[in-house]
Ligand binder design. Structure first.
Ligand code: UTP
Length: 237
């Protein structure tokens, strides 16, 4: 039996894009197949547009990032609810509640093959939650499904010539994302640097991929080769 936790970046849920529900139904079909094969899947959903909008609205009035983070967490839980309800509607066995801590999520994953959650407490992003969930559940790996093809040395939107990586060690990824500190609420790097440090300590494999293309999520869940970046501690530098 394989256990995998996947972080779905909130930017993947964009109802303003035509037929975005097709992405969601493709994702649900993939989850159904994996559950049929006996896998256990934890899904941690990011805040995306509602997090960004909520934080931007409140920022002029709230100086403390701790409280802005709480707005971001509420948005992640909204998005998690959308995914959970859609999975449940499809008849897949999924936990009935959105857990508010990693410990609760681990317990629920012992009862049901699928658990969907959002953020937990201020001070990090949902990537870090997914990585903690994967470590605590002794998962085989953690998938970070985001909106870039691979991990790049720099933000490809700023430097289109930047180099991308198919394989990285945890240390190399840490150098790219920076030290294990929480950026200000709503700010993110390709993988949360706090999560990278924890994955490194636990030697947890990370798979970074473009989650807009659901087939890449499927391949990574199956353990097949996928387009993206594999981060592991066994890499020969
Ligand atoms: P996200 O996990 O969505 O952050 O949480 P992100 O990386 O900026 O965005 P995407 O979705 O991957 O593109 C949104 C915000 O919610 C707060 C943080 O402020 C974060 O930036 N948050 C989230 C927490 O404080 N704790 C959590 O556990 C999760």
């Amino acid at each position: 039996m394989t256990s995998i936790v996947a972080a779905l970046g909130g930017s993947l849920l964009r109802p303003e894009i035509d037929n975005k529900h097709v992405w969601l139904s493709d994702l649900i079909a993939i989850i159904r197949d994996r559950v049929t094969m006996g896998d256990r899947i934890g899904i941690v959903v990011g805040g995306g547009a509602p997090a960004r909008e909520g934080i931007a609205l409140a920022r002029p009035l709230i100086s403390d990032d701790y409280h802005l983070d709480k707005i971001g967490i509420a948005a992640t839980r909204l998005n998690a609810t959308i995914i959970r309800e859609a999975i449940s509607e499809a008849g897949i066995l999924v936990s009935g509640v959105i857990p508010s801590s990693v410990n609760e999520a681990v317990q629920l994953l012992e009862e049901k093959p699928v658990v969907v959650m959002g953020g937990t407490v201020p001070g990090h992003t949902t990537d870090a939650v997914a990585i903690r969930f994967a470590i605590a559940a002794s998962a085989d790996k953690c998938i970070i499904a985001t909106n870039v093809e691979r991990v790049y040395d720099e933000d490809p939107k700023i430097n289109p010539d930047t180099k991308s990586h198919k394989y990285l060690s945890h240390e190399e990824l840490q150098r790219i994302v920076g030290p294990a500190e929480h950026k200000e609420a709503g700010q993110s790097s390709v993988v949360d640097p706090i999560g990278v440090a924890e994955a490194s300590n636990a030697k947890l494999e990370l798979n970074v991929l473009d989650g807009r293309i659901t087939d890449r999520i499927r391949l990574a869940l199956e353990g097949s080769e996928f387009e993206g970046t594999v981060i592991s501690s066994e890499r020969d530098i």
